[in-house]
Design a protein around this ligand. Structure first.
Ligand SMILES: [Zn+2]
Length: 188
């Protein structure tokens, strides 16, 4: 896979570490996670600073080779957040269907102890007390989700879930990447 370059900070990275913006025929700017939309694209890191700088007209017009309607950075950030949210839901659903998820603190800790790979994930609204209890026993920090317990529970087929373990290494890595991107862009 060819590397992409952020038009703001010039950092290069594999396609999944940057999002893409394209201008539609109307000059409106659309964001996407994959390179599906036709036309010339501009890539940007999942960082508020990069997004702000990427959307400066001189940067965006040069990257997209034409005049575009300068979008509001909050609108683009919200669109990317929503795409990331859907992607995270899809990955979590895929892990669930593969029976690669142990939901709930006790099940998650048991699964962690009997597994070589995989990661622990925490809901963003997990209480501080529960969070501290989980952290205690962990050699590797858990992944902070940009998702609430109720939504995670919906995907995992039932009650709210604040702590879960994903044993499939590829799905765990993708979930971690997409969660960290959602958190980084949320700082805007
Ligand atoms: Zn950047």
């Amino acid at each position: 896979m060819p590397e992409r370059t952020c038009i703001a900070c010039r950092r290069k990275g594999p396609p999944e570490t940057l999002f893409r913006m394209v201008a539609g025929p109307d000059g409106e700017v659309y964001a996407e996670l994959d390179s599906r939309l036709p036309g010339r694209g501009a890539y940007c890191c999942f960082r508020g600073e990069c997004l702000n700088s990427a959307l400066e007209p001189r940067n965006l017009n040069r990257a997209l080779r034409g005049k575009v309607n300068p979008p509001d950075s909050a609108d683009i950030a919200a669109a990317v957040q929503s795409l990331l949210g859907r992607r995270i839901e899809g990955l979590l659903g895929a892990a669930w269907r593969k029976k690669a998820v142990a939901a709930g603190r006790d099940a998650a800790m048991r699964a962690l102890r009997s597994s070589r790979a995989g990661r622990i994930f925490l809901a963003e609204d997990l209480s501080r007390g529960s969070r501290a209890g989980v952290m205690e026993g962990l050699a590797r920090p858990p992944v902070e989700m940009k998702m609430e317990m109720g939504r995670i529970g919906d995907i995992l087929g039932g009650r709210p879930v604040g702590v879960f373990f994903v044993s499939d290494p590829l799905l765990a890595d993708s979930l971690e990447l997409r969660s960290s991107q959602a958190s980084a862009l949320a700082l805007l």
